[in-house]
Ligand binder design. Structure first.
Ligand SMILES: [Zn+2]
Length: 394
């Protein structure tokens, strides 16, 4: 394939960044895209920028050999991972690093590789060893895994995946096939352990969590989402119902969560949006009464070292949110909070993925959260780096 001119490559990288968000392969700026260009270089998305606002000037040109770059814009902090792929595979022209759902679930399980029967990834997709994000050690671990495979995807332990191709189309195909295959692997494990024909999400979760088929169903009522208003807050749900509550005007006709939300907005000035998650994996995990620990880097960063599991009580929920941006509501689901709607939705996406990772890891034998001190460090760095940005764009 002829080497692509820099300007054309930058444009393709911008389009791919938007496509990554639209396909749900990444949340916020977690994930990055690059394209090989002439002169032993690649162009890559910048660090920590919203993909919807990028122009060609924001895309950074980086040397493959030593990751050096010039200009004021910082390239993605995972540029080293991309460089390793270009060094190792001359036919790699497009690389994407994702935090895609099911590859991430597998990344938290006690497995070294995922067997894939057919398609462009047929063979085995290997899992590279864990290291903190954006470090030289992570780059070396990815490089090591790449020497053991010629597959167009590898999984990064407790983090995500890296996929490549001769073109953007091929790299996307690899990412999507990888997620399907990882999901299939979980479902097939469940079917072979139970003899079931279908892998229903709720049944699989109950089985993995040891809840038993006869345990009570989680409360089926979906709680309202909410956002802060000038003099109170709004409750809204996915079917379009809205209830406006003014400060101090709670009444018995309002749903139970209204008093909880009022307390959250009173005590936590940085929370302006609360999104409810009641998917089976979250609702059933909440039944265990355990806190949810980070199995994936993005959970540690965005949510914290633990999401507590409490009753739907104003004081308990508000206390749980002091050190975390999400809280599990026992037997029901979870509240996911953010400074704006984008952040609350990203918290929800990451919490749901981490719940699925816990269930997948349990099904495959062992749940091993990220080391507490590493989680704490990631949370600290994240709060310093991103919370200011989010506040500016809210
Ligand atoms: Zn990443």
């Amino acid at each position: 394939m002829p080497e692509t001119a820099v300007e054309e490559a930058k444009q393709r990288v911008i389009e791919a960044g938007i496509r990554l968000m639209e396909t749900g392969l990444i949340a916020r700026t977690w994930g990055n895209v690059s394209h090989r260009v002439e002169g032993g270089r690649f162009v890559i998305t910048p660090s920590g920028r919203d993909y919807r606002s990028l122009t060609p000037d924001d895309i950074v040109t980086v040397q493959i050999s030593d990751c050096s770059y010039s200009g004021p814009t910082k390239p993605s902090s995972e540029k080293g991972v991309h460089a390793e792929v270009y060094k190792r595979f001359p036919n790699a022209h497009f690389v994407i690093h994702t935090h895609q759902e099911y590859a991430s679930v597998i990344s938290a399980c006690n497995v070294d590789a995922v067997p894939i029967e057919e398609g462009m990834l047929a063979g085995r997709v290997l899992c590279g060893a864990y290291a903190l994000p954006s470090t030289r050690k992570l780059q070396r671990n990815v490089a090591k895994a790449l020497t053991r495979t010629s597959n167009k995807a590898i999984i990064m332990k407790n983090h995500g995946a890296v996929c490549y191709g001769a073109s953007d189309t091929e790299a996307f195909e690899a990412a999507l096939e990888l997620d399907q295959a990882c999901r299939q692997y979980i479902d097939d494990t469940y079917k072979s352990l139970t003899g079931e024909q279908e892998a229903d999400a709720a049944a699989l979760s109950r089985f993995a969590l040891g809840l038993g088929y006869s345990s009570p169903a989680p409360v089926s009522r979906m709680l309202y989402h909410s956002r802060r208003t000038k003099d109170g807050f709004l409750l809204f749900n996915d079917s379009g119902s809205e209830l406006l509550v003014r400060n101090g005007e709670l009444n018995a006709a309002l749903p139970e969560e209204a008093s909880v939300y009022q307390q959250i907005y009173r005590k936590h000035k940085q929370i302006n949006h609360i999104h409810w998650s009641g998917i089976p994996e979250v609702a059933l995990f909440s039944q265990t009464g355990q806190p949810l620990k980070p199995l994936l880097d993005d959970f540690a960063q965005l949510i914290g070292t633990s999401a507590r599991n409490t009753a739907l009580s104003p004081s308990e929920v508000s206390a749980a949110l002091k050190s975390s941006s999400a809280v599990l509501i026992r037997g029901m689901g979870a509240l996911c909070c953010g400074v704006n709607s984008d952040e609350a939705l990203a918290v929800r996406m990451v919490l749901e993925k981490n719940s699925k990772a816990h269930i997948g890891a349990k099904l495959l034998g062992q749940v091993k959260p990220i080391h507490y001190l590493e989680s704490l460090l990631m949370r600290f760095v994240y709060l310093k780096k991103y919370s200011k940005q989010a506040a500016v764009t809210s």
